[in-house]
Design a binder for this molecule. Structure first.
Ligand SMILES: Nc1ncnc2c1ncn2[C@@H]1O[C@H](COP(=O)(O)OP(=O)(O)O)[C@@H](O)[C@H]1O
Ligand SMILES: [Mg+2]
Length: 336
């Protein structure tokens, strides 16, 4: 395994992005008409960084993740425009065969439900060795065992012979992560990797992802509807609202002083450890827009307490000192 902690994440030493997403649009054809699930999203992920993507359910996070992977491509059911460049290669310009190669060597994906990600009639060992080419059976088994050890599964040799149902949910998610890591990808996309798990197991899986990021130098895109999941783990965070990026900032800046009113409202609705017990959270009023017929202009305007008539035109995502936000009336962060 590659083991180069820290070599890739010093600012300025490596400006080659592992992932560059440029003006990405994913429009899904539905019986109700076209639905712009991802509507002009751009961002880059640097080698070895943990990049968080947060937003309410339905904001387009999963469609974004799957389009970035090249699991969603233009076809009868959807249209994808814009660019996804992974390690210098345009994901959507590749042939299906080349894309499958990419999933082995460049990018791995971890989904919400580890139950459905694994085939119930295949042993754990098969899941891990399937993609291994040009290796003896013994070497493949040793490698599979090494991968299980890497993701913190005890008694790996015995586990290789077991079926998914013989493992707990947390252990299954560790196996899914091991499978995703088998080709030593430079990027892992984890879409709500802990949402289906018990609270105590959630923390263990998030700690594992953090350890893999720092020990292997794997860049991780951590997608969650829950800001608390990315807090303290992601270096930078993108906030998604109704198919667009509302704000993108270093995590510390975002939590210390959100610029977008949506981020501000999201932060106010996250329970904090120092909240008095049973204190009432300030939920965000209103509901996210119907994505088949979103409001014109700023999509958050109907729920925004700062909205004015200027919000009838769409605000662009503009950079401001290492962060960016799409808002005509950004929240003041005193002294900035
Ligand atoms: N296969 C699909 N067919 C129709 N609509 C879809 C499909 N997948 C996602 N959507 C819609 O696209 C929007 C974004 O969905 P999704 O990316 O799953 O949101 P999130 O992951 O942020 O909860 C939602 O309005 C959802 O209903
Ligand atoms: Mg989702």
């Amino acid at each position: 395994m590659k083991n180069e902690p820290g070599t890739n994440d010093e600012p300025g030493t490596n400006d080659q992005a592992v992932l560059a997403v440029e003006d990405l649009h994913t429009e899904i054809r539905t019986p109700q008409g076209p639905l712009k699930a991802v509507d002009g999203v751009s961002f880059t992920v640097r080698p070895g960084e943990m990049f968080g993507i947060v937003g309410e359910s339905g904001s387009g996070k999963s469609v974004l993740g799957r389009t970035v992977m090249g699991l969603y491509t233009s076809g009868p059911s959807m249209t994808v425009t814009g660019k996804v460049v992974l390690n210098g290669r345009d994901v959507h310009a590749l042939s299906p065969g080349e894309r499958r190669g990419l999933w082995r060597s460049d990018v791995g994906m971890v989904f919400q439900d580890p139950g459905t990600a694994l085939n119930p009639v295949k042993r754990i060992g098969r899941h891990l060795t399937e993609g291994m080419r040009g290796m003896s059976r013994a070497a493949a088994r040793d490698r599979a065992e090494e991968l299980l050890r890497l993701v913190g599964i005890p008694e790996p040799r015995r586990r290789l012979r077991q079926y998914p149902h013989e493992l707990s949910g947390g252990m299954r998610q560790r196996v899914v992560i091991a499978v995703a890591l088998a080709g030593e990808p430079s990027l892992l996309i984890a879409d709500e990797p802990t949402t289906a798990l018990d609270v105590t197991v959630q923390k263990q899986i998030l700690d594992l992802l953090g350890r893999l990021q720092s020990e292997l130098g794997t860049a991780i895109v951590l997608i969650s509807h829950n800001l608390a999941v990315v807090a303290g783990r992601a270096g930078r965070v993108a906030v998604m609202y109704a198919g667009r990026l509302a704000e993108l900032a270093p995590a510390a800046d975002l939590f210390a002083g959100p610029r977008h009113p949506y981020t501000e409202a999201l932060l106010a609705s996250v329970p904090r450890l120092d909240d008095p017990p049973h204190s009432v959270l300030q939920a965000i009023e209103g509901a996210p827009p119907n994505m088949a017929a979103p409001p014109p202009g700023c999509r958050f305007a109907p729920r925004c307490r700062y909205a004015t008539s200027s919000c009838e035109t769409s605000p662009a995502l503009v950079a401001d000192g290492g962060r960016a936000f799409a808002c005509h009336h950004p929240v003041d962060v005193g002294g900035a």
